[in-house]
Design a protein around this ligand. Sequence first.
Ligand code: DON
Length: 317
Amino acid sequence: VGGSLYAQQSKSFKEISTRDLTTIMEKNRSYYESGKVADYIPELGKMDPKALALAVVDEKGKIHSVGDINKKFTMQSISKTIALMLAVMENGEKTVFEKMGYYGTDKPFNHFANLETMGKPLNPMMNAGAILTTSLISGSGQLPFDKILDMVRYITNNPTLDYSRIVYESEKETGHRNRGMFHIMKNVGLISGGEEQLDNYFRQCSIELTAEDLAKIGYFFAHQCIRFDGDKRYKDAEMSKLIQSQMLIAGMYEFSGEYARTVGLPSKSGVGGGIVVSVPQQGGIGVFSAPLDSHGNSVVGYRMILDLAKQYNLGVF
Ligand code: DON
């Protein structure tokens, strides 16, 4: 943008400051009251509706964060991006997407009627596709999950990250709809393993992390899978394009189209209240606030991202 007449009008991502982040956070703080903490999985319903955090990893990999930055929450659907990366690394994109679509969605995350009509999941960001994706990661028992956890630990450079056994048990006990999808996919031959593969999906949803960890994940996919500290072990430009394109078209579920219009950035939400955002070639954003809107996206999280995108002119369009 150097030299452009218009460059002065909005701040660059490079100039991001914790002061600006604090202003954005405080401006939106009270909106938590209009959302509702997910309680369809009993253990999730215990989250503090007032906890709030906003983190950014800038172009240089520097972390800026405000609010309850040590507060952990479960990754939930955000883990689907990591599972997709591993499934594609092991099987190749072609094999994975022969079994599921690249389609966008106007349906909630647990919709699966298309399994009957199309014979395969719409995309890897909705539950059916995500459960199938995780089943495509090789290894018996818990090994596929261990690979997902290891990758999250690697990307965040945070080797102590783990999953919540209590949330996992709660997901497993109440996940009848997910179990239904799993068995339909077994019925049509898309999945061949046993329910331990579904357990790995429940485990990946239960991985606990912070808004800063999410910002690092956002950075990773925004930067050709290069880690925020410059480590290039998994560098792969095509992989980052694939993951970001799926985030853009399906990462916010049936709200994805409107979100693409208002924010215009590849993003992935989870019912734990987290949202990860990739700002292509620039950086990553991680937000956390548990109360959700009717689509399952964090109310305050969305508002903070919207303000950041406007103030720093971040949208890709
Ligand atoms: O019911 C499930 O599959 C969840 N544990 C994960 C879904 C999720 O985060 C969806 N949404 N935003």
